[in-house]
Ligand binder design. Sequence first.
Ligand SMILES: [Zn+2]
Length: 138
Amino acid sequence: MDQIIEQIKDPQTKMMAQLMAKQQKERTESQPPETKKLNAPYPPAEKMRADIQELIRMNKALIQEFKVFKEQHEQLKKLNATVASALGACECWGNPLCPICHGEGKPGNLEVHPVAFNRFAEPLFQKLIQQTALVEEK
Ligand SMILES: [Zn+2]
């Protein structure tokens, strides 16, 4: 078993395999002697190899998923900051625990970023102005 684990190159996967082997060894040793005789200490090497390959595959998939989530998180943080600046708000939207604005960063309380305003807020105002004009014409 140790020889198989030694062949694993990825440090995280290797650590997980070592932990699993240690836990299995502890379980086997903590069993009463009569139970020990009934259970083989380890599954066949081929099964262990297949399990490790599956763990490696799962680890790679999780790392890939994490990278995607991290990138999406960064994009959402940037979008939040842009929309907040468009409305003259802090990125926390006025959270009292914010170390930057101490809760004073609600929309309209900070300087409005004109480019962000034109992108996110101005179209809404244009639409509202048109709707108001249509109502007044009637
Ligand atoms: Zn804030």
